[in-house]
Design a protein around this ligand. Structure first.
Ligand code: ATP
Ligand code: MG
Length: 281
């Protein structure tokens, strides 16, 4: 029963966060953001797909660490299917990124410096190269309107202390490896992923936000992956590339997506959901 309306705490680029008593309601919209700009055109079903895929992953990862989900069904009816009721945590002020392959911002940084977030890498790596082993490449959690910046492990130590920093790295690589192994069985490469963690009142680190979704990860079909050229992607890289190709200057407002891009983007979100979970959308 929802007699009092839940209270909007924060409207992010893609998600809206409401308070319901002590709990939070995390609602995924159909908005799509690229280069930190929300595009004017929504993608039908995207919010539901992101939420249902996260819920599925939280289950798969349940034995690795606790997560913030209280219920995926006990949410206000207007948000049904695209919201979770979750525990309100104190968020760790670091975006925890794991990379198993080199692309995007990681590749740009590697080409400039030979390393990513302070992790030095062997010479000769290229677009979509597989890394010798997955690496932890944290970034800042930039306030609204700013871009997340890569930071070194020692900067994480300065922010949260050595012990927590080690735990963040261990958890992030653990989630990546579990996810990547499961996805590989379904013919999908997880090139990289970003997770967010928060502290429960007793100090336990809890997996929060969304997990291993096409907004937080890069998913590539394994059978067409080839180092040296951009991979086909089941994630919003497709929209990023299209938007960049219009000559847009990456400042708000972003370009309107034509109908065929909306449909093709939706199809990719649906396909990755179906391939990973094995369930029809
Ligand atoms: P973006 O992800 O597009 O960069 P954003 O992070 O501001 O922008 P969203 O991701 O859309 O916005 O909103 C989700 C917000 O909710 C994030 O700030 C995230 O850190 C926060 N959050 C997620 N889970 C919890 C939780 N259990 N407790 C407290 N805050 C949470
Ligand atoms: Mg976020």
């Amino acid at each position: 029963m929802y007699l009092a309306p839940v209270e909007l705490l924060h409207s992010g680029k893609v998600r809206d966060l409401y308070a319901d008593g002590d709990d939070l309601i995390l609602v995924a919209s159909d908005r799509v953001s690229v280069y930190d700009v929300i595009l004017p055109t929504p993608i039908p079903d995207k919010g539901r797909i992101l939420t249902q895929l996260s819920v599925w992953w939280f289950d798969q990862l349940g034995d690795l660490l606790p997560n913030h989900v209280i219920s995926a069904t006990d949410v206000p009816p207007e948000f049904a299917g695209r919201a979770i009721r979750c525990r309100r945590l104190q968020m760790v002020p670091v975006e925890c990124v794991a990379r198993g392959y080199l692309t995007g911002g990681g590749l740009t940084e590697y080409r400039a410096t030979g390393s990513v977030s302070g992790v030095s890498l062997p010479a000769g790596l290229d677009e979509a190269s597989r890394l010798p082993e997955p690496i932890f490449t944290p970034s800042t959690k930039a306030p609204a309107g700013q871009h997340d910046e890569p930071i070194s492990f020692s900067a994480v130590v300065e922010t949260v202390g050595a012990e927590t920093a080690e735990r963040l790295r261990e958890i992030t690589l653990g989630v990546y490896e579990r996810g990547a192994t499961l996805a590989a069985e379904r013919g999908i490469i997880i090139a990289d992923t970003k997770i967010e963690l928060g502290w429960a009142p007793d100090g336990t680190l809890v997996l929060a936000d969304e997990v291993l979704t096409p907004d937080s990860s890069r998913f590539w079909p394994a059978d067409s992956w080839q180092p040296g050229r951009p991979a086909f992607s089941f994630d919003k890289q497709f929209v990023r590339d299209w938007a960049a190709g219009t000559g847009w200057d990456k400042r708000a407002p972003g370009p309107e997506l034509p109908d065929d891009m909306v449909e093709r983007t939706r199809a990719r979100y649906v396909e990755i959901y179906e391939r990973l979970t094995g369930k029809p959308w």
